[in-house]
Ligand binder design. Structure first.
Ligand SMILES: NC(=O)c1ccc[n+]([C@@H]2O[C@H](COP(=O)([O-])OP(=O)(O)OC[C@H]3O[C@@H](n4cnc5c(N)ncnc54)[C@H](O)[C@@H]3O)[C@@H](O)[C@H]2O)c1
Length: 271
């Protein structure tokens, strides 16, 4: 069902790799809610065949940009305004990658070159996007930026290795930049802390399947799906959440505030 929540709004959506991507679902919902937007991803990571399908379905243009390269982000914001015909009202940062996780390197033995790469791709990229947008004055007043994060920024999840530290930085950038951009231009910036979700980035984490099931049994509402996450992002892009900024917002079916569930206790009792 559509509520026209984003009617007339212009956006930039990063990170739609394939139909499992959270960004893919956000693009579908934003289209349903009346938005026009540009899709973007790193040229090297982009699966052209896949993203073209989404572009056709949502009548969007694709503007490739590596989110670690300021020049490419500058081009992205300039071109997006040309294509969409005005300033940008919402931005989704849905970018995450850790070489240490990909290579199964344990947290206590991190490769620091990989660590820096992970920080650049997954946290600095938000700062770079915001800095470029602010310099170009590319985001409209009361515009909304949402970045996706995970609760390992607050609590320890051994398998999440360096991404835990990187997400903590992403959330900190959200607060710090949120202050300055809010004060100067009334632009709001929030992170959504999402349940484990079966995507390329999620499933690349060792033990993800077991953890997914565990989280599902702890959360009273179960794990939040990518579609539900997209719905939440849409509300944050809409005018109905105008005074929400600099927040880390849990979207996890109640997982983050549940100590233990009766389902897990029953299962432990059997062993
Ligand atoms: N899947 C989960 O369990 C989960 C849970 C909480 C938060 N998140 C976060 O959600 C976001 C989206 O991940 P997803 O789960 O949809 O997986 P995904 O693999 O579909 O998306 C990750 C995206 O990052 C893009 N990317 C990587 N390097 C880039 C670069 N240099 N420039 C531009 N884009 C680049 C990839 O191409 C991909 O599209 C990430 O920030 C992730 O950490 C995921």
């Amino acid at each position: 069902m559509s509520y026209n929540l984003l009617k007339g709004k212009r956006g930039i959506i990063t990170g739609a790799l394939d139909e499992n991507s959270i960004a893919w679902k956000v693009a579908e919902k934003a289209h349903e809610e009346g938005a026009t937007f540009v899709l973007t991803n790193a040229p090297i990571a982009m699966r052209m065949g896949e993203i073209k399908k989404l572009a056709e379905k949502t009548n969007s243009e694709i503007i490739p940009a590596d989110a670690t390269i300021v020049e490419e982000l500058t081009n992205l914001f300039i071109k997006s305004q040309e294509v969409l015909g005005g300033k940008i009202d919402f931005v989704l940062h849905s970018i995450g990658m850790s070489v240490n996780i990909r290579k199964n390197i344990p947290y206590t033995e991190l490769n620091y070159d990989y660590f820096i790469k992970g920080i650049d791709v997954s946290a600095f990229s938000l700062h770079k996007m915001l800095s470029v947008a602010k310099k170009l004055d590319a985001i409209s007043e009361w515009g909304s930026v949402v970045a996706l994060t995970y609760m390992a920024a607050q609590r320890t999840y051994p398998f999440y290795t360096d991404m835990a530290d990187i997400k903590a930085m992403l959330e900190s950038i959200t607060r710090s930049f949120g202050y300055h951009y809010g004060l100067d231009k009334k632009v709001r910036i929030n992170t959504v802390s999402q349940s484990p979700t079966k995507t390329t980035a999620g499933s690349g984490i060792k033990g993800f399947g077991d953890f997914y099931d565990y989280a599902d049994k702890i959360a009273p509402l179960g794990n939040a799906s990518a579609e539900a996450c997209a719905d939440y992002c849409i509300t944050l892009f809409s005018d109905l959440t105008k005074m929400v900024t600099m927040q880390n917002l849990y979207h996890d079916g109640g997982y983050s505030t549940t100590g233990i569930s009766s389902i897990v206790m029953e299962q432990l009792g059997k062993s």
